[in-house]
Design a protein around this ligand. Sequence first.
Ligand SMILES: Cc1cc2nc3c(=O)[nH]c(=O)nc-3n(C[C@H](O)[C@H](O)[C@H](O)COP(=O)(O)O)c2cc1C
Length: 194
Amino acid sequence: MKEYVVGITGASGSIYGLRTIEALLEAGAGVRLILTETGEKVVAWETGREAGDWISDYKKRFTGQLVQEDNRDLFSASASGSHLTDGMVIAPCSMSKLAHIATGITPDLITRAADVSLKQRRPLVVMPRETPLSQIHLKNMLTLAECGAFIVPAMPAFYQKPQSLEDMADFMVSRVLDCLGVENHRYARWKEEV
Ligand SMILES: Cc1cc2nc3c(=O)[nH]c(=O)nc-3n(C[C@H](O)[C@H](O)[C@H](O)COP(=O)(O)O)c2cc1C
């Protein structure tokens, strides 16, 4: 079974992280979830549902595929390069975590796991969420892109005429899974019949 680390930070757009987890689980992959403290609060604020409820729902639907790791626990599996994964996604990614990763500062598990992905040359997909962007934000994104990370800003398209928030999120989720090479049909591709 393929395995991906998914990080959710305290940037706006927790729906992107949640639906990325769901899509990876639906694709039959294993997911190691790392939630930051603020990420957990923003999930509850934006979705009206506690992160723990989302997680137990996924665990029930996809038995044995989802493991949550404690962001404060640097003894977790994803802290080590010797634990094999197929890549990592951080969606949404705060400017704070982006800065940490771009400068190699890894005080918690989510930044350490991203650092591991880069050093092991595994796919790292970062979905930054902020607007407008400062020069610091842009430079940090460039640094990560130069290190091989995929920078996939939360910029849903409108040419597919999305009907719901979920449609808009799934456009981005589909782009993320494409970067990881995971087959997905969450969203009709341009000129593709649904
Ligand atoms: C509701 C809410 C929305 C936020 N949206 C963003 C955002 O879109 N981008 C960002 O960089 N920070 C955002 N922040 C600020 C981050 O949560 C803050 O920088 C925090 O320290 C990030 O912590 P983390 O990176 O450990 O998750 C938001 C905070 C709140 C409470």
